[in-house]
Design a protein around this ligand. Structure first.
Ligand SMILES: Nc1ncnc2c1ncn2[C@@H]1O[C@H](COP(=O)(O)OP(=O)(O)OP(=O)(O)O)[C@@H](O)[C@H]1O
Ligand SMILES: [Mg+2]
Length: 250
């Protein structure tokens, strides 16, 4: 049997007196597209930070493809195929779309900056940056500064940057937040078109986006997993309506 792409067992994180994540168990088989829902402060971003190795766990075990990565650095996890985006934008706002993607490619190469221009590695990188831009429909904006992009185009760029390392597990933290309806539609289509083998964990408050691109749903509240099921089961669940859907999101 193949190992799950991502497996969490008894994962907790304490911040002083606050248990932000409490004994979370989660298994994502390879190719699963999972939505992670929950009200503000439920612990979703903290869970992403634990998965990515940005924040150490207080308790529990995290495995990627069967390997225990609980004590590994974030960089090592990227090398194992993990990529994530951030709830807050982390673009280099003064640089072009192309250069942002190129930097993500350099980072995923192991961070070796090769200043000599015109080299084969550099040409290959430019080619790959163009491919990634095309994949997220940003070809026309390659030369534009990131700061000048619309909200939606910024999210598209962040997705391209996350895909730069050719991830096998992709974790997106509220990629549709602040997007217009048409930008949302574009993003939904992009997420829908991700490779079948790519395992996705998508934090998303917009149910139209979340349920359109995922095959299973985990709901967190107060640090705990309180529900796991199919999109249909989530929509039908009184508990989920009570703790989540009934709560208007700010
Ligand atoms: N570095 C930190 N230090 C102290 N407390 C933190 C830290 N990071 C998160 N928290 C707290 O942990 C709890 C969970 O926060 P988290 O950001 O994970 O929630 P979330 O589900 O992502 O919420 P949102 O939907 O608003 O993004 C909150 O009470 C938050 O204040
Ligand atoms: Mg969050």
């Amino acid at each position: 049997m193949t190992s799950p792409a991502l497996s969490l067992r008894g994962v907790s994180r304490r911040f002083g007196g606050l248990l932000a994540v409490r004994e979370v168990d989660m298994q994502l088989e390879v190719g699963t597209k999972r939505a992670l829902l929950g009200p503000n402060g439920a612990g979703k971003t903290t869970l992403v930070n634990l998965i990515a190795g940005a924040v150490p766990t207080s308790e529990g075990t995290i495995e990627l493809f069967g390997a225990d990565v609980t004590e590994e650095s974030g960089r090592r996890r990227v090398a194992r195929g993990l990529a994530r985006t951030y709830q807050e934008s982390k673009l280099f706002s003064g640089l072009s779309v192309e250069d942002n993607i190129a930097l993500a490619l350099i980072g995923s190469d192991g961070g070796l900056w090769r200043p000599a221009p015109g080299g084969r590695a550099q040409r290959a990188r430019r080619e790959r940056a163009r491919e990634l831009a095309a994949r997220v429909h940003l070809t026309r904006l390659m030369g534009d500064r990131a700061a000048a992009l619309s909200h939606g185009a910024k999210r598209q760029l962040e997705l391209a940057m996350a895909l730069a390392s050719r991830p096998r597990v992709l974790v997106l933290d509220e990629p549709a937040a602040g997007l217009s309806p048409s930008e949302r539609e574009m993003l939904t289509q992009l997420l829908h078109d991700l490779d079948r083998d790519l395992t996705l964990l998508l934090i998303e408050h917009d149910m139209n986006v979340a349920l359109a691109v995922t095959d299973s749903v985990t709901v967190m509240a107060d640090g705990r997993v309180v529900f796991e099921g199919t999109p249909d089961e989530v929509v039908a669940s009184d508990l989920v309506h009570e703790i989540y859907l009934g709560v208007s999101h700010v």
